[in-house]
Design a protein around this ligand. Structure first.
Ligand code: NOJ
Ligand code: MG
Length: 510
């Protein structure tokens, strides 16, 4: 639509580079692997990719511990590989977002090595060092991924504690120090100058910590650990920086706060994040009433501010939605219809378009300190025994279940596959201004069913999602044609006033 930024109508596809595609046979995905599969993404019909971190990293948190914000880890390739990838993606009309991890660096980042070297180091104040004694952490804050460990590590050599909201190998940067702000702005410019279309910004709500480091009620999650006004101020500066570039560069913040009202605040007065993840729907069970509430919250909190919502069911930090909803493919298909027809920008996670389940990772192959290996299993590309992966080495994680039939090659050949459903849904969005940008209005529906209408000018679509496994009569008034059905049934035919159990449909005027 003219006048609207591209990211409002886009569907963004998350690539977790270790697990997407491997070009050199070492069992770990890489940038060249992504480039070689751009065809597939174009065929699928997504508009943009977000690539999880591929920067130089000791991989304590598989790339979310960055040792060089402007360098590619040799495991993933080179800066030239990235340049080629961006160029070829752009040639196909695909935008590229990179993952920016500003809250913390790796403990091997030269900044931290220097900071740690002495109390007088010019970079000492780039991280968060606090006095104390070795037996008593400065407060009750806990490190993510651990049940018990403090968010502080004692440095014997210099006799102070440093803060890390995540692993000890991920020291938090001091966002009150203007030199840190300046240096990190440079890293944004570095990638913007290389043509990236925007950033996914990691744990962005946590940047500036509350002065005095108070004890809090919930030592893992509480937002009382953070100085919100100062954090919002930092985000406004990122926004100004991005908006200073041509082409609607976008920021999508990982605002890991389980209150939608709070998340909405990170859009500011249309002067902070362009987009923010809102995770409460992801954590909701597959239940009509729960989903209705989650959607209502978004409408109430986002609409008055003119904030554009995002929707996400799966990512690299959580079990895949098919796994969470109990493993049923039919449910996962209905959820895809919901995800791709709500008002806002949907984010897909690689492999959900194949209907993948989490891999069952045996204890001796578990590698993630946060227990998230299952959703990070490699994408099976073909029907061969190695599924398009390393001839030299086993992939770094085992394949998801049913990889012999649930792979790109097999599903592309089967028009009834989950992959083809995603493709039809993406095509339906491309065909309809209402689905991409229209209003969202709930329609009356029986128990266990969510029905809504999307309208833009004279373009209209109706969506019906049956959360139950029983057939339901749902009359929506007037004559409608089935545009897309989650099970493919009756597409192109007249809507007969009922949906099957676990079915979801998109209806268009005849
Ligand atoms: C959120 C990322 O999605 C997750 O994978 C990572 O472990 C943490 N932030 C820390 O960077
Ligand atoms: Mg490789």
């Amino acid at each position: 639509m003219p006048g609207e930024p591209w990211w409002k109508s886009a569907v963004v596809y998350q690539i977790y580079p270790r697990s997407f595609a491997d070009s050199d046979g070492d069992g770990v995905g890489d940038l060249e692997g992504i480039r070689r599969h751009l065809d597939h993404l174009e065929w699928l019909g997504v508009d943009a990719v977000w690539i999880s971190p591929f920067f130089r990293s000791p991989m304590a948190d598989f790339g979310y511990d960055v040792a060089d914000y402007c360098g590619v880890d040799p495991l993933f390739g080179t800066l030239e590989d990235f340049g080629r990838l961006v160029e070829e993606a752009h040639e196909r009309g695909l935008r590229v977002l990179v993952d920016w991890v500003p809250n913390h660096s790796s403990d091997r980042h030269p900044w931290f090595v220097e900071s740690r070297s002495s109390r007088d180091s010019p970079k000492r104040d780039w991280y968060l060092w606090v006095d104390g004694t070795a037996d008593q952490p400065p407060n009750n804050w806990k490190a993510a991924f651990s049940q018990t460990e403090p968010a502080w590590t004692w440095d014997d050599a210099t006799g102070q504690w440093y803060l890390h909201l995540f692993l000890p190998q991920q020291p938090d940067l001091n966002w009150r120090n203007p030199d840190v702000v300046g240096a990190m702005h440079e890293t944004l410019r570095f990638w913007l100058d290389r043509g990236v279309d925007g950033f996914r910004m990691d744990v962005i709500h946590a940047l500036v910590k509350k002065e005095g480091y108070p004890d809090v009620d919930d030592p893992w999650l509480s937002t009382d650990r953070f100085d919100e006004p100062a954090t919002h101020e930092r985000i406004r500066a990122f926004r100004r920086l991005l908006d200073g570039y041509p082409g609607d560069r976008v920021s999508v913040g990982e605002v890991f706060i389980l209150s939608t009202a709070k998340v909405a605040e990170y859009y500011g007065d249309n002067d902070e994040l362009h987009l923010a993840f809102n995770f409460p729907p992801l954590f909701a069970p597959w239940d009509t009433a729960k989903w209705r509430t989650r959607i209502d919250r978004v409408v109430e909190e986002f609409d008055p501010r003119g904030a554009w919502p995002t929707w996400v069911l799966s990512n690299h930090d959580n079990p895949r939605h098919r796994t969470r909803y109990g493993g049923s493919e039919a449910t996962a298909r209905a959820a895809a219809v919901l995800l791709l027809t709500l008002r806002g920008t949907p984010f897909l996670y690689q492999g959900e378009e194949l209907g993948l389940l989490d891999a069952d990772v045996p204890p001796d192959r578990r590698v993630d300190p946060g227990g998230r290996d299952g959703s990070r299993a490699p994408i099976p590309w073909d029907v061969s025994p190695t599924h398009g992966w390393g001839d030299r080495a086993e992939p770094w994680l085992p394949f998801p279940p049913e990889a012999d039939v649930r792979n790109v090659e097999a599903e592309r050949a089967d028009p009834t596959s989950v992959l083809h459903l995603y493709r039809r849904l993406l095509a339906a969005r491309h065909d309809s201004d209402a689905l991409r940008l229209g209003t969202w209005q709930q329609l009356p529906s029986p128990d266990g069913v969510l029905a809504y209408e999307r309208v833009l000018d004279d373009d209209r679509r109706v969506v019906i999602v049956n959360f139950t496994d029983a057939d339901r009569t749902v009359s929506v008034g007037g004559d409608w044609t089935v545009d897309v059905a989650s099970d493919g049934a009756g597409e192109g035919g007249r809507y007969a006033g009922a949906v099957a159990g676990d079915q979801a449909v998109v209806l268009r005027p005849p």
